[in-house]
Design a protein around this ligand. Structure first.
Ligand code: GMT
Length: 383
């Protein structure tokens, strides 16, 4: 198949999933065309089946910024027409689903009936999408997509609850590529970070408020009262300055490393003992899955779709959002019980295997084919 993938090229989960999906499909022989305003970070090596179409900018005195939606729709039309795409798959509803609707209508005028699938990722529904700034457009564009998927059962339920949805939403879980995400021997990293055999706690995110990274620092403060430990904070974002202030206030600077954005996350996960994810909202928690694939148990909140990924008392522990005391005591218990920690590590890996890319990609391929067939039938009936 020839598939157009539209996503954000930023360090968000939706862009990561879209890129990994495209690369996975390209490795299976599909022709993949990424359409976005910058090369996505994980699209960093040559692949004969992968194409990248940058959405152009145009300076004009009347514009403060190029109207992105118009430029993106025009690029979609161009790529569908000239690359003869079979399907457009847009990731994150805002604004991609609405823009795809526009491109679809323009193409229909020329007799080209391009199927559009929208994948909902999380905050496009839960945080941003339900705001009245966007909600009528989000609802309309979900209802007018030819196919809609959500990355967890919880997100599908939330979408039905929050909007008047007439379309069926198919749950296709996020996935993990075990050829990349697996525990590797990086003992020299461990020695550099924890020279006295300290336990290593880790978190990765884009440090937005919704991630509650401050809870992690407060949990870590309590943990260090009982266990020698270090904390790695990977990523960057709007909360970084507040977090640094908190570390200084709690006199934890010697024990916490802010590592910024990192590419080889699997190497850092490989030396870690516990992954923390105390989010306020999380449709799935791809970062937790990446940790589990590297045999790291997860201590998380029970927000959103996290319980579909992290199984309480098996792959880690779940607590109510903001329950810092319980998170800290769960971590302390686990770090003091080596046998249990080893068992949880094994369980984390075993459960992560449910989300193996090899199981999930065929679900997307089947859904693509089903949607292409449906649109073809509809356009024949309309003639
Ligand atoms: O929250 C982020 O880190 C980015 C955000 C996005 O949509 O780009 O992530 C969402 O999509 C990821 C991939 O499907 C999910 O794993 C995250 O749970 C989800 N984030 C939230 O729901 C807050």
């Amino acid at each position: 198949m020839k598939i157009g993938i539209i996503c954000y090229p930023t360090y968000g989960g939706s862009g990561v999933v879209a890129t990994e999906l495209g690369l996975g499909l390209a490795n299976k022989g599909h022709e993949i065309h990424f359409i976005t305003y910058r090369r996505p970070p994980r699209l960093n090596a040559f692949n004969a089946n992968v194409y990248f179409h940058e959405v152009g900018k145009m300076e004009y005195p009347l514009f403060e910024h190029t109207p992105y939606e118009t430029a993106l729709a025009s690029k979609m039309v161009d790529v569908v027409k000239y690359e003869k795409l079979d399907l457009l798959h847009v990731h994150y509803a805002i604004p991609h689903a609405a823009v795809a609707y526009m491109a679809k209508k323009i193409l229909a005028d020329e007799g080209i009936h391009i199927p559009v699938i929208t994948t909902l990722h999380g905050t496009d529904i839960t945080l941003v999408g339900t705001d009245r700034t966007f909600s009528p457009v989000v609802e309309f564009s979900i209802n007018h997509s030819d196919g809609v998927t959500a990355v967890s059962k919880h997100l599908a339920e939330m979408t039905y609850k929050s909007f008047n949805i007439k379309n069926e939403i198919k749950v296709i879980y996020n996935f993990i590529d075990f050829t990349r995400f697996k525990k590797v021997n990086k003992d020299h990293f461990r020695k550099a970070i924890a020279p006295d055999g300290e336990k290593i706690l880790v978190h990765t995110s884009n440090f937005r408020k919704v991630k509650r990274v401050e809870d992690i620092v407060r949990v870590f403060y309590k943990v260090t009262k009982e266990v020698n430990a270090k904390l790695l904070l990977i990523g960057d974002g709007p909360e970084r300055n507040n977090l640094e202030d908190l570390c200084r206030e709690l006199k934890l600077c010697d024990h916490i490393r802010f590592l910024g954005k990192q590419d080889a996350i699997e190497e850092l996960l490989s030396i870690s003992d516990i992954f923390l994810l105390p989010s306020e909202q999380e449709s799935f928690g791809l970062s937790a899955l990446e940790a589990m694939a590297c045999e790291v148990p997860v201590i998380s909140s029970n927000a959103g779709g996290i319980p579909e990924v992290n199984i309480d008392g098996y792959t880690g522990y779940l607590t109510e959002i903001g329950d810092i005391d319980l998170m800290a005591s769960r971590i302390i218990d686990l770090l003091k019980d080596e046998e249990k920690l080893m068992q949880f590590r094994a369980n984390a890996l075993e459960h992560a295997k449910t989300f193996d890319i090899d199981n999930i990609l065929p679900q997307y391929e089947a859904y693509y084919q089903e949607t292409i067939d449906k649109v073809r039938k509809q356009s024949l009936l309309a003639v």
